[in-house]
Write a protein that binds this ligand. Sequence first.
Ligand SMILES: [Cu+2]
Length: 198
Amino acid sequence: MQSSFTLKFIAFCAVFLPATHAFSHVTLEQQQVESGVTYKAVLRVGHGCEGLPTTAVRVQLPSGFQGAKPMPKTGWMLLSKVEKLATPYDNHGKQITEDVTEITWTAKAPEFALKDSEYDELILRGRAAMPAGAAWFKVTQLCQEGNKTGSNPWTEIPTSGTSTRGLKYPAALLNVIAPAATPAAAKPAADPHAGHKH
Ligand SMILES: [Cu+2]
């Protein structure tokens, strides 16, 4: 009896423990979005680096993610990296040739660092203009306490498909789906800014 229970318990852990840990990686709260809409990325930071507090989080945006803006966080400074685009795009009739490709939040002082025992969310917003398919947000988490440093490079992408099973440091996945078919009458104008001026 007891050994049978133990075996079942071990089997249970083998199945559920990796999944539970996956929830504590840096992941996106909302993992699906329609192509072409504005997307609010909420990055969930579940733990530090082997016990060390988080002092910086750097997010590499997937290509096709347009006009990204980070939400400021008290006690943390922001840095947005802008790069020239391989393929310019149109915004309000203006040709956009460079865009934000990377956003970094950095704690201004040790007292603002996110402890390993705490949970927090980092937020950014932009237009998910990439085509349907998997988009990956590569996140690098840096940690420091005194002169001890650590990092978690959440940058691994599976060679095929979207399952991150077996990856030690999976990047955060966003499933981009084709826009839902809407009845012709309810369809917004092709230019989303046609109805207003700014
Ligand atoms: Cu984790």
